[in-house]
Ligand binder design. Structure first.
Ligand code: DOR
Ligand code: ZN
Length: 351
C-alpha cells in the first residue's frame, strides 16, 4: 500500500477541449480521458473534418463504442466551421442536443484546419445566427497572416480579429481556446461575461525554452506555441485565481511518435494520462489547491450552461513519486505522454 500524505475531494472534472482522433488512436487514448473526466468537448478537426450534424453523430457513436464499460463519460460534440457551414443543419444539431459548440479554425492555423475560415467577416451572418442558438463559439485564436511572427500570432488575433468580432456580435458567447499570453489573460479578464478562456496543463508548465533545451524537443511542440516565462506566469495566475472565466481544456492532441519525431513534425501534446496529476502539482505549488475544483470541475460547466458533475473524485498525494507513463503502444507505433519535467506525486480515484 502506497503511503498517502494529503488528500483532496473535488467534483469530477471535465475537459473542455480534447482531441480524440478516430480508429486505433481513439481506441487507445479514450480510456485515459474517460477514467478522469466526466465529459469532454470533442474537437472536430478530423480528416475530413466534422462539418455536419450527421458526421458529428457518427463520430459520437464511434466514441461511445470505445468507452470502457466501467467508465462513465459523455462526449460533447462540436462542429468544424467552414465558410459553407449550413445554419439549418447546425440548428438541428443543437435542437436535438447533439451539438454543444462550434469551432472556428482560421484556415491553415493548425492540424487539419485547411478547410477552416479564410476571412472571418465572411461568416459574420452565420455567427449572428449561432449567437441566437446560444451555444459557444470556440476559437483557435491565432492569425494566419504569414508576415506575423509565430510568437505574436495570438496577440495579433485578439487585437485584429477577436475584438472586432466581439464588437460586431456582442451576444455571441465565445471561448478563446488554449490561451498562452498575458495579453489574452488581461483581455479575457477585462471583458464582459460573453468571453471565457481555456488553459492547458502544458502551457501552465512549459515555456518556449522547453522546446529547445539541449536540442529540439518535438514533444513540447504544439500550437499555439508556448511563449516566454512571463506569459506562463500570467496564465498560471489566471488558472489558480478561481476567476470563473478560466477553465481547463487539456488540448491533449495525440500524434504517433514517428509523425512528431520527423523533419516536419506535427503540432500537439498528448497529456491526458497525467493531466490531473500535473494540475494538482501546480495548484499545490501555488498554494491554491482549494481552487483546483473551480478550474477543473465548476467554471467550464457553468459557462456552457450545464450542470456540474454529480460524482466526486479523491486526489491523493503520495509520499513517493509515481512511476510516470512515458509511452503508450499502438500496434508497432508509440505515443509519447507529456513529461512535465518534475516528479508526479498526485494520483486520483473516483469515489
Ligand atoms: O498543437 C495543436 N495540436 N494545436 C492545435 O490547435 C491542434 C492540435 C491537433 O489537432 O493536433
Ligand atoms: Zn486543440
Amino acid at each position: 500500500m502506497k503511503k498517502i500524505i494529503q488528500a483532496v475531494r473535488i467534483k469530477r472534472p471535465d475537459d473542455w477541449h480534447l482531441h480524440l482522433r478516430s480508429g486505433a488512436i481513439l481506441k487507445t487514448v479514450l480510456k485515459y480521458s474517460s477514467y478522469t473526466f466526466g465529459r469532454a468537448i470533442i474537437m472536430p478537426n478530423l480528416n475530413p473534418p466534422v462539418v455536419t450534424t450527421e458526421q458529428a453523430e457518427n463520430y459520437y457513436r464511434q466514441i461511445l463504442k470505445s468507452i470502457p464499460k466501467e467508465h462513465d463519460f459523455q462526449p460533447l460534440m462540436t462542429l468544424f466551421l467552414t465558410e459553407k457551414s449550413n445554419i439549418n443543419d447546425i440548428e438541428e444539431g443543437v435542437n436535438r442536443g447533439i451539438i454543444k459548440a462550434v469551432k472556428l479554425y482560421p484556415a491553415g492555423a493548425t492540424t487539419n484546419s485547411e478547410n477552416g475560415v479564410r476571412d472571418l467577416p465572411n461568416i459574420y451572418k452565420l455567427l449572428e445566427k449561432i449567437a441566437r442558438l446560444d451555444i459557444p463559439l470556440l476559437i483557435h485564436g491565432e492569425t494566419t497572416d504569414p508576415t506575423v511572427d509565430i510568437f505574436d500570432r495570438e496577440a495579433i488575433f485578439v487585437d485584429k480579429i477577436l475584438e472586432p468580432l466581439r464588437k460586431k456580435i456582442p451576444d455571441l458567447r465565445i471561448v478563446l481556446e488554449h490561451i498562452t499570453t498575458k495579453e489574452s489573460v488581461d483581455y479575457v479578464m477585462d471583458s464582459d461575461a460573453n468571453l471565457a478562456a481555456t488553459i492547458t496543463p502544458h502551457h501552465l508548465i512549459i515555456n518556449r525554452n522547453s522546446m529547445f533545451k539541449n536540442g529540439i524537443r518535438p514533444h513540447y511542440y504544439c500550437l499555439p506555441l508556448a511563449k516566454r516565462e512571463s506569459h506562463r506566469i500570467a496564465i498560471v495566475r489566471a488558472a489558480v485565481s478561481g476567476n470563473s472565466k478560466f477553465f481547463l481544456g487539456t488540448d491533449s492532441a495525440p500524434h504517433l511518435d514517428h509523425l512528431k519525431e520527423n523533419a516536419c513534425g506535427c503540432a500537439g501534446i498528448f497529456s491526458t494520462p497525467n493531466a490531473l496529476s500535473c494540475l494538482a502539482h501546480i495548484f499545490e505549488t501555488e498554494s491554491a489547491l482549494d481552487r483546483l475544483e473551480s478550474f477543473t470541475s465548476l467554471n467550464g460547466a457553468n459557462y456552457y450552461g450545464l450542470e456540474t458533475n454529480k460524482s466526486y473524485i479523491k486526489l491523493s498525494k503520495l509520499k513517493e513519486p509515481k512511476e510516470k507513463i512515458k509511452k503508450i503502444s499502438i500496434g508497432s507505433d508509440t505515443l509519447t505522454v507529456f513529461d512535465p519535467g518534475f516528479s508526479l506525486y498526485w494520483t486520483h480515484e473516483n469515489i
